[in-house]
Design a protein around this ligand. Structure first.
Ligand code: GLU
Length: 338
């Protein structure tokens, strides 16, 4: 048998460098361009979300070497909601390892709604840690000596990512807890199949608390940059999650992070991401940067309408798609980007 003598790796899939000089001006341009986009709807299943201002809009970037860029309402706080699922998945991996987490929660994307009351027929596992059932199962895995200890461990984990003290928004937590009947139904279904342990009220409270964590857009960019930086917070140097689990976290984000838009997102934007019902999106550009967009107007799939557009543009303009092929003479070649 003859082997092919020479497998050419060019045009290459190696990432093109990003022009830092260009970045701030592109963020400003995209902010100005999409500010007028008024399509979408604010989540209104609880009053705390319904009262968000539809005009809030911010785009932030943190690089793996700790530079920060941003535009718009960077300091506006909001609750993290489903984006928390990414980081709690990381803590569950840290607490139990890959195999045990995988035994309890699958990694398959699902075409069902994020809050569907459904488990995999064969394994009785929830489909993945990014849908509510899977997130409740991962949250139930968080170790601790009682509810307070588990909450403290979770808050300490979030602090490693954001680099300052984390706070829970109590009104949101109380509303989530009072109205979270579907989530309760999922927890009972999983308990019925022995997929979570009996302390379901404790697990559900912890889940509602993680969704109610207060962040701003800069925090989210730093959280994304921490994942881009193999788990080490680029602003503080603190290892937020063991580097070996970043691969698992990003894989699930890539395939399941954007509700029922995950496939089209992977195709068009080509980066691991997660969005939440309050209008945040985090995007990880491995080894390079974290991007966050916040705008509460949601499209029909539940993703921030402006956020999706901004991320599509950023990916395209900077050639960030993970499978981008850098052709000689392409706009992503060395001539265009310093
Ligand atoms: N707290 C929400 C829930 O559990 C999270 C929704 C979301 O951001 O997708 O329903």
């Amino acid at each position: 048998m003859t082997l092919t003598p020479d497998i050419r790796l060019t045009p290459s899939f190696a990432p093109a460098p990003i022009s830092i000089d260009l970045l701030q001006s592109v963020l400003e341009e995209l902010y100005a361009q999409y500010r007028s986009l008024q399509s979408g709807k604010i989540a209104d299943y609880i009053p705390e979300l319904a009262k968000m201002n539809p005009d809030w809009f911010s785009i932030c970037v943190t690089t793996v070497d700790g530079q920060q860029f941003g535009v718009g309402d960077r300091e506006q706080q909001f609750t993290i909601q489903s984006i928390s699922k990414v980081f709690v998945h990381g803590l569950a991996l840290e607490d139990h390892g890959r195999d045990r987490v995988l035994a309890k929660v699958g990694v398959e994307p699902t075409g069902d709604a994020f809050n569907a009351i459904v488990l995999d027929e064969q394994s009785k596992r929830p489909y993945n840690p990014m849908v509510n059932a899977g997130a409740i199962a991962t949250t139930s895995l968080i170790k601790g000596n009682g509810a307070t200890d588990r909450l403290n461990r979770m808050l300490t984990m979030f602090q490693r990512y954001i680099g300052h003290e984390p706070y829970i928004d109590m009104p949101t937590f109380m509303s989530e807890r009072t109205t979270g009947h579907r989530n309760r139904a999922m927890a009972h279904l999983m308990l019925n199949f022995g997929m979570i342990d009996e302390k379901i009220d404790e697990a559900l409270d912890l889940y509602f608390q993680q969704c109610s964590l207060l962040v701003d857009c800069r925090d989210l960019a730093t959280m994304a940059a921490t994942l881009a930086n193999r788990g080490k917070n680029p602003l503080t140097g603190v290892q937020a999650v063991p580097a070996c689990y970043v691969r698992d976290i990003l894989s699930v984000m890539y395939t399941c992070g954007m509700y029922n838009f995950a496939g089209e997102w992977a195709y068009k934007v080509g980066l691991p991401a997660k969005s939440g019902v309050s209008g945040g999106i985090i995007v990880v550009v491995p080894d390079r940067l974290g991007i966050a967009v916040f705008s509460p107007l949601l499209d029909a799939r539940g993703n921030s309408a402006r956020g999706v557009r901004v991320c599509e543009e950023l990916s395209q303009r900077f050639g960030l798609h993970l499978f981008e092929c850098v052709m000689p003479g392409s706009p992503f070649g060395k001539d265009a980007i310093s």
